[in-house]
Design a protein around this ligand. Sequence first.
Ligand SMILES: Cc1cc2nc3c(=O)[nH]c(=O)nc-3n(C[C@H](O)[C@H](O)[C@H](O)COP(=O)(O)OP(=O)(O)OC[C@H]3O[C@@H](n4cnc5c(N)ncnc54)[C@H](O)[C@@H]3O)c2cc1C
Length: 278
Amino acid sequence: MSHTPPQAAGGPLAGLRVMEIASMAPAPFACTLLADLGAEVLRFDRASDVDPETNHSTDPLARGRRSIALDLKHPEGAALVRRLAGHADVLLDKIGLHAQDTAELFFDSVRVPAANLLGTEGRGFVHLMERLPRERMSIAVWAQCVTETALEQTLEYCTGRAAFGKPVADFQHSRFLLAELTTQADVTRVYVDRAIEALKDGTLTAVDAAKAKWWATELQTKTVDRCLQLHGDYGYMAEYPIGRAYLDARIQTIYSGTTEIMKEISGRSLATSGKAGR
Ligand SMILES: Cc1cc2nc3c(=O)[nH]c(=O)nc-3n(C[C@H](O)[C@H](O)[C@H](O)COP(=O)(O)OP(=O)(O)OC[C@H]3O[C@@H](n4cnc5c(N)ncnc54)[C@H](O)[C@@H]3O)c2cc1C
């Protein structure tokens, strides 16, 4: 992104500082950045790489426009930025997973050279489905790692933190809860490890991957929630890793197929095979 230093604007924008932008990163984050740099008006010029046939630009804010100027201090200007951002390929404002960006990507009128074709034309969805068990296993493994880490951190915390004259770990409730959660984590690890072996051997079924995914992620969200509780108010503070683990965990039972869909996959196989186990 390049820009000229803020200048005084004329005409209807008189009195406001304008920052001209030669090329623009996706809103709204670039807008926020420019506002932080002192811009009170954002002016977007049409990008030079507009496709003459489609009139589409790679710059989501410049599509079909010669130039727009937005007064960030005016409610209408700020609202328009939000509306434009809503139509653009922008980063999503998630409640967790702040270390990784998530954006919706739209591919309009994109031509892919035949040499760059992956797989078989017209079978993209099938190829995607074929890879889903692997993706679900990666999430199950991640879930298991977070579950075990949260338990280790919580045990350490509860051993060091005293309440009513003794370590939190010495309360019978804490011991029972940690015993319950570590038992579940140990049992889940065996199942996840077995599924990893099957993945390596090429024998992992979509059903077993679905079982591993929903079970391990539900255990993760439950474990992290209970571990946060054992931390007391420190658990709610961003400085403690359990707070971040809590926020990051919540998506795990949703993406790559929700728990409900995983149970559908598993349940349908029961109905068709008539078998409940191995
Ligand atoms: C951070 C993040 C990253 C993501 N990354 C990707 C990505 O890389 N690629 C990608 O393709 N997608 C991605 N997604 C999208 C994600 O996979 C979907 O949000 C998820 O699969 C759920 O679909 P949905 O939001 O449309 O929920 P919906 O289908 O609207 O479901 C809403 C609720 O209804 C339930 N439900 C839906 N159908 C049924 C049913 N048949 N029976 C019972 N209950 C049902 C669901 O379980 C859920 O509780 C991402 C989402 C997030 C938040």
